[in-house]
Design a protein around this ligand. Structure first.
Ligand code: PMP
Length: 285
């Protein structure tokens, strides 16, 4: 189905939605993005995503040419215009067209692009029976090289890890940080359960501050579960009682095997299933 794509305030039919080959978003991955979900036509945690988009932009000294309020409005409009009920929205802002050199000061016209589409989910079987993942040899970007807090258009770090996962037959892969601590997966945050406590790496492990991660932490605390943001190692993963991933596209998905080792019983655990259900309700309420 042909989509209506928003570029800088105008909607274009998909085939006519074009940007310059001199755009530094293309030439250097110089730009930022967000992935959002809509449920029943309403965007989940729109303000949190837009806030992260503007923070990512600020971190790369990219001034987004419209206000946050205008961005929220435009995202809602893109959802409506494309008749999306349950869907996925990609919001991106590129540095704009410049010269072939790196200098971002030569780029004058940042492109704000919104694509509202349907979403392709993991197969239901993976939600029921859980994912198998591997630990990849690709280290998550060092925060002082390129902070994983920035959702930049350069996702090669994650793509290289994803390639390694796929070669091993896994749709997700666990990335460790430069200290060998658990960071996150290629497009999802990670949680463990140990002795009834919910554990997840802190933001300073060098991870994206996931919107779903935050929502799950809130839901767990509301349910009286102790949550600790604490540095974790591969050992903690292997000896965990439960493991699951969170992300806008994945929501909450159980992990039952890591590096070919079953996590506990090798079946999705009770806290995972409970939080999966709570998140499902929250998103659709
Ligand atoms: N980590 C990475 C690297 C991601 O790309 C994503 C997906 N955007 C996440 C975590 C999960 O974040 P969110 O819950 O905001 O989608």
């Amino acid at each position: 189905m042909s989509r209506q794509i928003y570029i800088n305030g105008t909607f274009f039919p998909q085939a006519e939605a074009k940007i310059s080959v001199f755009d530094h978003g293309l030439l250097y991955g110089d730009g930022v993005f967000e992935g959002l979900r809509s449920y029943h036509g309403k965007v989940f945690r729109l303000e949190a995503h837009v806030r992260r988009l503007y923070e990512s932009a600020l971190a790369i000294c990219l001034e987004i040419p419209i206000s946050r309020e205008a961005m929220c409005q435009a995202i809602n409009e893109a959802v409506k215009k494309n008749g999306i009920s349950d869907g996925y929205i990609r919001a991106l802002v590129t540095r704009g067209a410049g010269s072939l050199g790196l200098d971002p000061n030569r780029c004058s016209n940042p492109q704000v692009i919104l694509i509202a589409d349907t979403i392709s989910l993991y197969p239901q079987e993976l939600y029921d029976n859980g994912l198998e993942i591997i630990t990849t040899s690709i280290t998550r970007n060092h925060p002082s090289a390129l902070s994983p807090r920035i959702k930049s258009l350069n996702y090669l770090n994650n793509i290289l890890a994803k390639i390694e996962g796929l070669k091993a037959g896994c749709v997700e892969a666990l990335m460790l940080n430069h200290k060998g601590e658990v960071a996150e997966c290629t497009g999802d945050n990670i949680f463990l359960v140990r002795d009834g406590v919910l554990l997840t790496p802190p933001l300073d492990a060098g991870i994206l501050a996931g919107v779903t991660r935050e929502a799950v932490i809130e839901l767990a605390r509301e349910a009286g579960i102790t949550v600790q943001e604490i540095s974790l190692t591969k050992h903690d993963v292997y000896v965990a009682d439960e493991c699951f991933l969170t992300g806008t596209a994945a929501e909450v998905i159980p992990v039952v095997k890591v590096d070919d080792r079953p996590i506990s019983t090798g079946k999705p655990g009770p806290m995972t299933l409970d939080l999966k259900k709570r998140f499902h309700l929250l998103a659709r309420e």
